[in-house]
Design a protein around this ligand. Sequence first.
Ligand SMILES: *Cc1c(COP(=O)(O)O)cnc(C)c1O
Length: 360
Amino acid sequence: MAEPYLLINLASIRHNAELLKSKANNNCELIGVIKADAYGHGALEVCQVTDSINIFAVARLSEGVALKLAGVEKSILIFSGVNTHDDLMTAIKFGLIVTIHSESQIELLQELPSESNLHCWVKFDSGMHRLGLHSDELDRALSILSSLHNVKIDGIFSHYSSADNDLERSRLQLNNFDDLVCNRTINTSITNSAGLLQGYFREQSYARVGLSLYGISPFSNKNSSDLGLITSQSLIAFVTSVRRHKKGEPVGYDGVWVSDRDTNLAVVGIGYADGYPRSAKSGTPVLINGVEYPLVGRVSMDLVSIDVGNDSDVKVGDKVTLWGGGLPVEHIAKCADVIPYELLTGVSKRVRRYYSDNLK
Ligand SMILES: *Cc1c(COP(=O)(O)O)cnc(C)c1O
């Protein structure tokens, strides 16, 4: 049946990992960020194909547990850490690495069974002011953690708030971070994708890459190809119906688009329940048989309408590319007033994932 699917290219993820590694300083390794099911690409598949990455990170404990249950042996860091004794015991049971970003998490470790062996990364707030220990909390935190024989500190990390667009803010954060770690022999990690690609790091042991690993640019003024990245997914759907449409008639819910000429509309079987954004405006391009046509009218739950004009030979069953494969995800995100992260993570379960593993 011609239902929408997401085509994921694993070879491009490997290519992106190599490219990103070449942009980091020597001896810098990558932490592959595979939260939210690897931004929709399949966390298990992504960690199985990227041989050059040995540490992965997810947001939540349950994401890490699922990967361990599926047999992943590589290290997995939980960005938000744990807040209860039960969750701490689960992390230990599955050998997950926790983030320590607050004093209450440090208190939790006092009840650690003596035979346990917990690895952690300490998170420092260098200026984003979301999660992380303040500079005046850090020394105490590190000395408590170091005194616990069953806890091993794997490193200190921090997170940029605006590495894609604010040099001043990022420089301030980088300086705060460097001041803090410069006299310590400890693993460090400051950048995400945008910071790595901008060169906002001096020395660091690990760069944490998500979006760029999947071949998408974090910058609003650059596409992935400008950066040498290869987009690792295409969202595909099929034409359900081709219909004549009269000049002056509206299309779809609320009739927000009215045709100024007689035309043909292709109705395509994809909608916001699949993760194609309802905010995509009339004029957002799709690709049918290699030709760009505009979306018209509102995106509905399961369908969109495309104005294919009077001369096209578009027919029922034709394949439609919503993004990827010549249609940058970054551009579609702009047309829908969202960021590429939202598009990638929004593709719903109803959309099947297919994998390929060679570069064209
Ligand atoms: C999601 C996340 C990243 C990855 O960010 P990208 O912009 O996708 O590279 C890195 N670090 C932390 C703490 C994150 O939450």
